[in-house]
Design a protein around this ligand. Structure first.
Ligand SMILES: *Cc1c(COP(=O)(O)O)cnc(C)c1O
Length: 382
């Protein structure tokens, strides 16, 4: 194991610096085997039995992520959704959840039908208002408060520390979807959260070439053991090759997140001055309503995600996106290539997202190329 005082960027670049014992390899091996041999005495000497519950390929990835988040343990899942679903599936009929009104759209849709089907209470509130959260929490009945910060796709910030205090007083756990912040910019467990969830598809992997998810826990308590069992039995497991690719992606997490955050801030500032832009939503801008909280809670940058509201409505926004060429029109985020998306089109009916909103995921291209492309695309708007 690595020394405790190394910088997280060092730990990530070296995948904790672990050297494979049997070969001295710097990169850990991939174990495709689905099964493991018993010893003659009928025991399993390494503890590995079958690769649904146990895959040694996961270990270096889970250990690195747990270390970066300051948690005791981590679990990889087949997708971000699978990781989130596992958390909700530890609840029982009669329990109550408080979750954000604006959050990752597919998860909110799934959560609404899950809560109805299993008679679990669900209140969706504005998580940037701790008073609204306090009012929604039912002491003893609320078992989980779900946060997403910055929250997709308006990037509002929730106060993890204040909300964790409220939730814990009422006997509820706090789980944070920290996909957008990444452990580079925010440490939810240090602020009092119990669990962190990631769509590892996004920044952790960072190259738009796999689907994966993860949970990290502050403590390896009974609830965590229930999640370990949930993955082993529910079977939403990641393939070993994807786990190895994810570890490769995570080695460059810090440089990628820092670079895209820096470019996103420059773009946000430039876009704020653009005549075709009605509003820029980015936690790093002084004009952003949750800016002060973002400054307190996020370190080293405000992330690579921003949204713009284009003057002239949905048509103007979609037309501007159509004129982009450096930015690729695609869903997802957190990859090395910059993406643009008209968010209301993918979320569909009932979305709380304004119809003139374009979501921008800033990658690692040169600022000048990204800016010139946006400027020419927006220049012909209205
Ligand atoms: C993509 C995403 C998810 C879902 O993750 P998948 O890996 O696509 O299953 C959840 N939350 C946020 C914030 C996301 O961006």
């Amino acid at each position: 194991m690595a020394k405790d005082d190394l910088h997280p960027a060092t730990l990530a670049a070296q995948a904790l610096g672990t050297i494979d014992e049997s070969t001295q390899a710097l990169v850990p091996p991939v174990y495709p085997s689905s099964t493991y041999q018993r010893a003659a005495d009928n025991s399993y000497p390494t503890g590995n039995v079958y690769s649904r519950p146990d895959n040694p390929t996961y270990k270096p990835v889970e250990q690195l992520l747990a270390k970066l988040e300051g948690g005791e343990d981590a679990l990889l899942f087949a997708s971000g959704m699978a990781a989130a679903v596992a958390v909700f599936q530890t609840l029982k009929p009669g329990d109550h959840i408080v979750a954000p009104t604006v959050m990752y759209w597919s998860l909110r849709n799934w959560l609404k039908s899950f809560a109805a089907q299993f008679r679990i209470g669900l209140d969706l509130v504005d998580m940037s208002e701790p008073d609204a959260v306090a009012a929604a929490i039912q002491p003893g009945t609320t078992k989980l408060v779900w946060l997403e910060t910055p929250a997709n796709p308006m990037w509002s910030i929730s106060d993890i520390q204040a909300i964790s205090r409220l939730a814990h007083e009422a006997g509820a756990r706090v789980a944070v979807d920290s996909t957008v912040a990444t452990p580079v910019l925010t440490q939810p467990l240090a602020l009092g959260a119990d669990l962190v969830m990631h769509s590892a598809t996004k920044y952790l992997n960072g190259h738009s070439d796999l689907i994966a998810g993860a949970l990290v826990t502050a403590k390896t308590d009974d609830h965590w053991q229930a999640l370990v069992k949930q993955r082993a039995q529910g079977g939403a497991v990641l393939g070993p090759f994807e786990a190895a690719m994810l570890l490769r992606g995570m080695r460059t997490l810090h440089v990628r997140v820092c670079a895209s955050s820096a470019t996103a801030l420059l773009l946000a500032e430039a876009l704020e001055r653009h005549p075709a832009v009605e509003a820029v939503l980015y936690p790093g801008l002084a004009s952003f309503p949750d800016h002060e909280l973002a400054r307190k809670q996020m370190q080293g940058g405000f992330g690579g995600m921003l949204s713009i509201r284009v003057k002239g409505g949905a048509r103007a926004a979609i037309d501007a996106a159509a004129r982009l060429s450096v930015w690729k029109r695609a869903t997802s985020l957190g990859g090395v290539e910059s993406l643009v998306e008209h968010r209301a089109s993918i979320e569909g009916e009932g979305t709380p997202v304004p119809d003139n909103l374009l979501r921008l995921s800033v990658g690692l291209e040169a600022f000048e190329d990204l800016w010139e492309d946006l400027d020419q695309a927006l220049g012909r708007v209205g």
